[in-house]
Design a protein. Sequence first.
Length: 223
Amino acid sequence: MNINTLEKEIIQCRMCERLVRFREKIAKEKRKSYLHWEYWGKPVPGYGNQYAKIMILGLAPAAHGGNRTGRVFTGDKSAEFLFKCLYQVGFANQPNSDFRDDGLEIDGYITAAVKCVPPGDKPTAEEKNNCESFLIKEFQSLKKLKIVVGLGKIGFDSCLKFIRKTYPIKMKDYKFGHGVRYVMPNDLILYGAFHPSPRNVNTGKLNFDMMVQFFNKIKSEIN
């Protein structure tokens, strides 16, 4: 499926009643600092190059980031950190990701396992399963994909679950951690990485040099 066609399909989804209510509630009530914004308030599709060799896979859009701007990892602190790193390594043409038409171009594809913001950043098992069909179509659309970066354990596990649909792998054999690397039965390379959340960055669990070193390693493997 073409990425643009898939994007339209994702945006129209209203399958999960709890998530629909929550995303639209946030879009209506807004954050004080964004009162002038017309919030997106819909599912947030992935974005990037259909011929990407690398996919960066996170959990879900942020309430006042992707749910506000309509682009995942856009307009929040996680995006601010991530794109400074991607720009430093040469995976992005600018160090900021602010809104949908800000001129950002990436050498890769970025998406989330769950396309709508969940309450407390915790989607239910049913909600994750409902969104799985979209992630499968994203994987199938990226014909040149070689490397998947699971940002956080849910992103990491979501890739494993996709592979498990075709190959009899055991989840327990693939431990999540920052920098772990696994060659999967379908020849995809799966990396784990700490999520660039303010919590991880502010506590020092993840810092700029760590993430740049991590992405430089991946870049050398792609080239």
